[in-house]
Write a protein that binds this ligand. Structure first.
Ligand code: DQA
Length: 147
């Protein structure tokens, strides 16, 4: 059984209390449950993680890239949070590993402040999803199965 990797970046541990008008009231634990159910439906194992540290995300992307090359990982769903808009290191990690990666945002970043309109992740991602709320996570896992 292959593994779907779901990586969450900075401040996503605050889901539930963080700007609920933007991100809703679901917690990260709720999101993990949505992902677990979606993985069960697709016949995937789930590897679900969150960190506030950019370098840790780079390490995890490299780890997932090695596992994908070995055939144990189907791909990655990445919500890089604010690092989306700043991180050449994450761009390079995705390019360098050749990962099948879906960039995901809970909110519609294009309907928000201009500084959220640019993504360093998008040019390296296989697909981009934004604005589906936390339901974007299970949708992205289903999409990984069809990529
Ligand atoms: C986000 C959007 C980013 O602009 C923001 O910095 C986040 C969350 C989203 O899921 O909508 O932390 O990635």
């Amino acid at each position: 059984m292959k593994t779907a990797v779901v990586l969450n970046g900075p401040n996503l541990n605050l889901l539930g209390t963080r700007e609920p008008a933007v991100y809703g009231s679901h917690t990260l634990a709720d999101v993990q449950k949505l992902c677990a159910d979606a993985c069960a439906a697709q016949g995937f194992n789930l590897d679900f993680r969150q960190t506030n540290h950019e370098g840790v995300l780079v390490d995890w992307l490299q780890e997932a890239g090695r596992a994908q090359a070995e055939g144990t990982v189907v791909g990655v769903v990445l919500n890089a949070g604010a690092y989306t808009h700043t991180s050449v290191a994450l761009h390079d990690a995705i390019k360098g590993t050749g990962l099948t990666l879906i960039e995901l945002h809970i909110s519609n970043v294009h309907a928000r402040e201009p500084f959220r309109h640019h993504s360093y992740i998008s040019p390296a991602a296989r697909a981009v999803m934004a604005g589906f709320g936390v339901q974007g996570y299970p949708l992205a896992i289903a999409a990984l199965a069809s990529l």
